[in-house]
Design a protein around this ligand. Structure first.
Ligand code: RIB
Ligand code: CA
Length: 313
């Protein structure tokens, strides 16, 4: 059993990652969720987190994190996730309790209170995580690992060179990658192989309540992906959770990862030292391949599990 905290910017793929985590309470204990400005403004992504948690009828502690990145202004992604940040399904602005603590203090107190080490799962820009590590360096030994969706060795998606989560806050990302904490990096090299097909999306329709919500999320996300040249849909953030549940369906390589933080066209680029003898410790396990069929099977089975849980409540 892993104690985990999820930092996210829901976000269609963030929402699916949260669902799969909550479907596997035998393997991961979700201590709490924090939100970060990213796909949309902090207010919007926090409302989306409230909508999902209310829909699933769970009582996971929730806290709002930072509005935006450490240095530059927030750049949201309405072109990918819509004006709400999670367009597609209808939600009626559901109410759900939000902690009075800041995201950073919430993370700090949750980790301190855990009797076991905690794994952080980062699904958006890394601002909250970087501030936690800088504000409370004493917490580092209590963190087992950081499983993050972000970056890409071969290419970007926000620019030719930088992936969105890292591009939004490269300064925060460099702090995290150099923290000395073991990192699992689900970058675009693996997440763009973790695709669900249109046929598999359609098969979710008319399933249970949760499967149908996933169908509505993925239908919008699939259509939105067409503008970027995708036919099927990469469920980027789900990789960071799926690795914790099924590491056997992935492979990768250890490396020392750095982030470009200047104002050049390479801003937000993640690069790795993959030499056999690297100058720095190889703290990051860079995921490279995934068994797509087993990845989608994990999602579908998790949704069916939640269908049963929600219907039996
Ligand atoms: O580049 C993909 C990442 O950007 C995912 O986390 C997605 O939710 C968006 O935030
Ligand atoms: Ca995200």
């Amino acid at each position: 059993m892993k104690n985990i905290l999820i930092d996210c910017d829901p976000g269609h793929d963030d929402a699916l990652a949260i669902m799969v985590a909550l479907a596997h309470s035998e393997a991961v204990n979700v201590l709490g969720i924090t939100t970060i400005g990213g796909n949309q403004t902090l207010t919007k992504v926090t409302q989306n987190a409230k909508n999902i948690l209310h829909f699933l009828d769970v009582t996971i502690p929730l806290a709002k994190g930072q509005e935006g990145p450490l240095v530059k202004a927030l750049k949201t992604a309405p072109e990918a996730h819509g004006e709400s940040g999670m367009d597609g399904p209808y939600f009626d602005g559901e109410s759900y309790p939000v902690s009075d603590l800041t995201g950073v203090e919430f993370l700090y107190q949750m980790i301190q209170a855990s009797t076991e080490k905690v794994t952080l799962v980062a699904l958006g820009p890394l601002t909250n995580i970087a501030l936690l590590l800088k504000t409370h360096p004493d917490i580092v030994p209590a963190i087992e690992a950081i499983s993050l969706m972000g970056g890409g060795i071969s290419h970007g998606n926000q620019t030719a060179l930088a992936e969105f989560n890292i591009y939004v806050d490269p300064e925060a990302a460099e702090i995290v990658f150099q923290s000395g904490i073991p990192i699992i990096m689900a970058g675009l090299d693996v997440t763009e192989k973790a695709e669900i097909t249109v046929q598999e999306i359609n098969a979710l329709q008319n399933g249970g309540k949760v499967s149908n919500l996933a169908y509505e999320l993925l239908s919008f996300y699939n259509q939105s992906g067409r503008q970027f040249g995708f036919i099927d849909s990469p469920i980027h953030d789900l990789c960071a959770i799926a690795y914790l549940l099924r590491p056997d369906i992935f492979n990768g390589v250890q490396a020392d990862i750095h982030v470009i933080t200047d104002n050049s066209p390479a801003r937000g680029l993640t690069y790795g030292d993959f030499r056999r003898i690297a100058e720095e410790p190889k703290q990051t396990f860079v995921l490279q391949e995934v068994n797509r069929e087993k990845f989608v099977e994990l999602l579908v089975d998790s949704l069916k599990k939640l269908d049963r849980q929600v219907e039996n409540r």
